[in-house]
Design a protein. Structure first.
Lengths: 528, 312
C-alpha cells in the first residue's frame, strides 16, 4: 500500500477578482521508501497541493474543493486542525526552498531544532539536545556543539539547509516533503544536499515527496515523476520512461529546456575589447580589519564579439569582478582598458560618457526594476540621460526596443509588478540595450527564472548579441547555462582566476581540480 | 558595544549644543524680560536685580557664562522663584511627571501591543478593522479633548473615578495616565500590527507551522520577538515624548509635575527656567533614544553580533 496517496485533490483561491483553480483534480502517490518528484513551473500548483494536505494553505483565500489524501489509513483532508497538527512535524515533515529565510533569525539553532521533539514527544531539554547534536553531526555539520548555540545568520545557505534537514528528520518522520530544497543553492552545494537527502532516505526508509521545477535535478534521485502544468497532472511515470519517451507536449518542452549542448564555436579573431590587468578589488569591513579580497590579482581579456562565461560559486568574487569592470565598485588596484581608454582612471563626466557603452543586467528582475516607474519610463530614462535620442524620436526608439526584446507594445504603460519574472527580465534587457552598448555584463540573468523561461531568455540574449554585435561577460554559477551561451569560459575561485579557455576545452579537458568538481556537480547526468 | 555607545553619545553632544544655543538666543530675542511685567520697579532696584542675574553683561558673555555653569551641571537660579535654583525646581517636579509618564507608557504598551497583535492575526477582517479604527481615532484626538471627555464620562456621569489631583485620593492617577497614554497606545497598536504582519508572512513562520506548533505558540515564540522590534525602538522616543508632552494633561488634572513649570516659565520670561527645562528634556530624549536603540539592536542577533564585534 502506498504511504501517501492523493486522489482528485482540488484547491482554489477565492479572491475579489474571482476564483482561481490552483490545483485541479490532481492524483499522485508516494510509495514506502521511495522518492516521488513533482515537476512543474512556478504557478503550476505543485507546492499548493502539498501545502493543502497539511493544512498550510491559509484559508481564506485558499479553499479545498475536494479529493482525499490517504496517509497511513487516515484522510488528511478530513482531519481537524488539532489532529493535523499532531501529524505535521512528527509523521510528515518539510524542508523548504530558501534556507536563508526558513530559519527563525531570532532563535538559536539548537532551540529551533529541539522544538519538534519537545512538542511531539514531550522530551526533556537535555535528551532532546543530545539527539539534536547527533543529528547535526549526521547531516554533516562540523561542530554540532557550537552550532546549537549559533544563530542562523552565522551559517551559509548550504549549512542552513542541512540544519533544516536535521530539523525535518528529528522526529523520524515517515514522509518528508522537500519543496525545491536545492533551488537557492550553488551547484556544488546542490549536489551535496541532493546526495544527503538520497542517503538519509535510504538509511531511514522514509518516503520523500520532492518538489522541483528542474527535471535535471530530480532525474538522478526520483523513483517516480509527476509532471504538473496549470494545476493539472499532465504526465507521470518512471524517470526512464519520462526522459526517453515523453508523451505530453509540456513534458517535451520541459526536457528541451534543460540547458544542454554547446554553442557552435564561432571563430572570432581575438581582438581584445577589454583588457584587465592585475585587478584587485578589496573590501575593508571596518577600519583596521583584514580586507576581504573579493577580486585578487585577476588578469583577463574579453574579445570583441564574444560571450565570455564567468563561472564560480557565490562568494567567489565573480559578481564583484563584473561590477569592477563597470566601475560600479571602487577598485583597489590594477588596470582596466576599454579599447584604448584606461577605465580605472576615468572620473566624473568622462566616466559618464563611457557608461552608455557598457551596461549591466542583474540577477533579480524583481528587485532591479524601479516599482514606481512604468516600462516606458524605465526604457526612456537611459535614452534621455545619455542624450541618445531627442523627444521626438523617443517613442519610436522605445517601441523598437520593445519589439527587440519580444514584449508587446501595449505593455508600455504598465508597472513592473504586472509582469512575470521572464517578462521583467526582458524589460531589464531592454533597459540595458537602450543605450546601444558595446559591452554588457549579465550577472546571473536567468538564475531566478523557471527552466522554460530560462531557455527563452538565453535564446533572446544569444540573438541580441549577434544583432547588436555585443560583447558580453555572462556571469553564472550554472555550468549548463554557461555552456549553452559562452564562447569562452573563465573560472573563479576565492577571488582568483583558476582556469580560462574555450568552452569545449574547459568542458572536455578541465585542467584544475576545482573546475572538475564544478563539472561533476552538474545535475542530470542521466538526462542529457 | 562600548564603542557603539560612546559613538552615539558623542553624536548626541552637538545636538544638545545646538538646542542650547538656539533656545538661548530665541528666548532672548522675544520681547520683554523677566522683570518687566509686574509692578513698576525703581530703576536702581532693576539694575541691581539685573546685575545679580548677570543680565547687565553683553549677550555673548552671558551665553558663555551660562555654558560654563551648565558644564558643571548648574542650570542657574530661577528668575521667577527667587531663592530657588532651576535644578531644585526640576527635581521636585520630575518624580511626579516621570511616574505619570511611566503609567501612561505601561497603559500604552498593554493596550497597543494587544490591539496590534490581535489585528495582525486576521488582517482585513473585523478583527483588524475595529481595533485599527479605534487606534486612528486615538491618534487624531488631542489630549485636551480626550481628557475632559474622560472626566465627563468616568468622573461625572458614572462617578467612578476622581477627576483631579495626584496621589490624594485612590484612583486619581488612572484618568491622567489613560489620557496621556492613549495616543501612544494607538501609535504602538499600528506599529505592532505592521511589524507582526511583516513577520507573519516570513518563511520561518511557515516552518514553525510545519513543525505542528499550535498557532498561539507560533505567535508568541516565533513571531513576537521580531514583530515587536519596531515598538521597542519607539519606546525611547515615546517615553521622552511623554515627559515633554505631559503639560497639557498636568494642567487639566492639576498635577504638580514638570510641565506646569515649563509653560509658566515661558510666560514669565524666566530665562534660566526655560533653558534648563529645554536642555533637560532634550537630553532625556537623546538618552532614551540611545537606550531603545541599544535594546532593539540587542534583540536582533545579527546586529548584536556586529555590536560585540565592533570592539567591546
Amino acid at each position: 500500500m502506498a504511504l501517501l496517496s492523493v486522489d482528485n485533490l482540488s484547491v482554489s483561491f477565492v479572491t475579489r477578482n474571482g476564483t482561481n483553480k490552483a490545483v485541479d483534480n490532481v492524483s499522485f502517490s508516494v510509495e514506502q521508501r521511495q522518492i516521488t518528484a513533482i515537476i512543474g513551473e512556478s504557478g503550476s500548483g505543485k507546492s499548493v497541493s502539498c501545502y493543502a494536505m497539511l493544512g498550510l494553505v491559509p484559508s481564506p483565500p485558499g479553499r479545498i474543493d475536494g479529493g482525499t489524501a490517504n496517509f497511513q489509513g487516515q484522510d488528511l483532508l478530513a482531519l481537524s486542525e488539532a489532529e493535523l497538527r499532531a501529524i505535521r512535524g512528527r509523521d510528515i515533515t518539510m524542508i523548504f526552498q530558501d534556507p536563508m529565510t526558513c530559519l527563525n533569525p531570532f532563535m538559536k539553532i539548537g532551540d529551533q531544532l529541539i522544538e519538534p521533539l519537545t512538542l511531539h514527544q514531550n522530551l526533556a531539554k537535555g535528551p532532546a539536545r543530545a539527539r539534536a547534536m547527533a543529528l547535526l553531526d549526521e547531516v554533516g555539520i562540523r561542530d554540532p556543539q557550537a552550532a546549537m548555540s549559533a544563530f542562523p545568520h552565522e551559517f551559509s545557505g548550504g549549512m542552513r539547509q542541512r540544519v533544516m534537514i536535521a530539523m525535518a528528520l528529528i522526529n523520524e518522520p515517515k514522509l518528508l516533503i522537500a519543496d525545491e530544497p536545492t533551488t537557492a543553492l550553488d551547484v556544488t552545494i546542490q549536489a551535496q544536499i541532493l546526495r544527503l537527502i538520497a542517503e538519509l532516505q535510504t538509511k531511514r526508509d522514509i518516503g520523500v515527496l520532492f518538489i522541483s521545477h528542474d527535471l535535471a535535478v530530480v532525474s538522478d534521485i526520483a523513483d517516480q515523476i509527476v509532471v504538473m502544468e496549470k494545476g493539472k497532472v499532465v504526465e507521470s511515470g518512471q524517470p526512464k520512461a519520462i526522459f526517453d519517451n515523453p508523451q505530453h507536449p509540456y513534458t517535451q518542452k520541459l526536457l528541451a529546456a534543460i540547458p544542454s549542448g554547446q554553442k557552435a564555436a564561432d571563430t572570432v579573431a581575438p581582438d581584445p575589447l577589454i583588457r584587465i590587468e592585475h585587478l584587485r578589488t578589496w573590501f575593508t569591513p571596518t577600519a583596521g580589519a583584514e580586507p576581504v579580497k573579493a577580486v585578487d590579482d585577476v588578469s583577463l581579456e574579453i574579445h570583441r564579439g564574444e560571450v565570455l562565461g564567468l563561472v564560480g560559486e557565490s562568494g567567489s568574487g565573480k559578481s564583484t569582478l563584473g561590477r569592477s569592470i563597470l566601475r560600479l565598485v571602487p577598485i583597489t588596484g590594477g588596470q582596466i582598458t576599454f579599447e584604448d581608454t584606461e577605465l580605472s582612471s576615468l572620473e566624473g563626466r568622462a566616466l559618464k560618457q563611457f557608461r552608455h557603452r557598457m551596461q549591466m543586467i542583474f540577477q533579480d528582475p524583481y528587485a532591479s526594476l524601479n516599482p514606481r516607474m512604468t516600462v516606458y519610463d524605465t526604457l526612456a530614462e537611459p535614452l534621455l540621460l545619455h542624450g541618445l535620442v531627442n523627444k521626438a524620436g523617443l517613442d519610436q526608439a522605445i517601441r523598437e526596443l520593445m519589439d527587440n526584446v519580444g514584449l508587446a507594445r501595449s505593455f508600455l504603460r504598465k508597472y513592473p509588478h504586472e509582469f512575470s519574472g521572464g517578462q521583467r527580465q526582458r524589460i531589464a534587457i531592454g533597459r540595458a540595450l537602450a543605450t546601444r552598448p558595446e559591452f554588457i555584463v549579465a550577472d546571473e540573468p536567468v538564475s531566478a527564472l523557471d527552466v522554460t523561461i530560462q531557455a527563452q531568455i538565453l535564446d533572446l540574449l544569444a540573438d541580441l548579441t549577434k544583432e547588436y554585435g555585443l560583447t558580453m561577460l555572462f556571469i553564472s554559477h550554472d555550468l549548463a547555462v554557461i555552456r549553452q551561451i559562452a564562447d569562452r569560459i573563465a573560472v573563479m575561485y576565492h577571488g582568483k582566476l583558476v582556469e580560462e579557455g574555450s568552452t569545449a576545452q574547459v568542458f572536455d579537458s578541465p585542467r584544475e581540480d576545482y573546475t572538475r568538481s564544478l563539472l561533476a556537480a552538474i545535475p542530470g547526468a542521466n538526462a542529457a | 558595544m562600548l564603542r557603539f555607545i560612546l559613538m552615539r553619545v558623542l553624536q548626541a553632544l552637538p545636538v544638545i549644543f545646538v538646542v542650547i544655543t538656539a533656545t538661548f538666543f530665541l528666548v532672548r530675542s522675544a520681547p520683554g524680560g523677566p522683570f518687566d511685567q509686574e509692578k513698576v520697579v525703581i530703576p536702581e532696584v532693576k539694575k541691581a536685580l539685573e546685575a545679580q542675574y548677570r543680565l547687565d553683561l553683553p549677550l555673548h558673555e552671558q551665553y558663555f557664562a551660562y555654558l560654563g555653569d551648565l558644564a558643571q551641571g548648574d542650570l542657574g537660579p530661577s528668575f521667577k522663584y527667587p531663592g530657588r535654583s532651576v535644578n531644585e525646581i526640576l527635581f521636585s517636579g520630575l518624580p511626579v511627571t516621570a511616574e505619570l509618564g511611566l503609567y501612561a507608557l505601561m497603559i500604552a504598551l498593554i493596550i497597543g501591543v494587544t490591539a496590534g497583535v490581535v489585528a495582525s492575526l486576521r488582517p482585513n477582517t473585523a478583527q483588524d478593522y475595529v481595533p485599527m479604527s479605534l487606534a486612528m481615532i486615538g491618534i487624531c484626538m488631542p489630549s485636551f479633548l480626550l481628557g475632559p471627555l474622560l472626566v465627563l464620562v468616568f468622573g461625572i456621569w458614572l462617578d467612578w473615578l476622581p477627576i483631579t489631583g495626584w496621589g490624594d485620593i485612590p484612583g486619581d492617577k488612572i484618568l491622567p495616565a489613560l489620557t496621556l497614554g492613549s495616543a501612544y497606545a494607538a501609535y504602538i497598536a499600528r506599529l505592532s500590527r505592521a511589524g507582526m504582519l511583516e513577520i507573519l508572512s516570513q518563511d520561518y513562520i511557515r516552518t514553525a507551522r510545519a513543525k505542528g506548533l499550535p498557532e498561539w505558540r507560533v505567535v508568541t515564540q516565533h513571531a513576537l520577538r521580531g514583530g515587536l522590534i519596531p515598538v521597542i525602538a519607539f519606546l525611547g522616543p515615546a517615553f521622552a515624548g511623554l515627559l515633554a508632552g505631559s503639560f497639557v494633561v498636568e494642567t487639566i488634572f492639576q498635577i504638580p509635575g514638570l510641565g506646569r513649570f515649563y509653560v509658566q516659565a515661558a510666560f514669565n520670561r524666566d530665562y534660566t527656567m526655560i533653558l534648563g527645562t529645554t536642555v533637560f528634556l532634550s537630553s532625556l530624549i537623546v538618552f532614551f533614544n540611545l537606550v531603545s536603540d541599544i535594546i532593539a539592536a540587542w534583540l536582533n542577533p545579527r546586529l548584536r553580533h556586529q555590536l560585540s564585534g565592533g570592539g567591546s
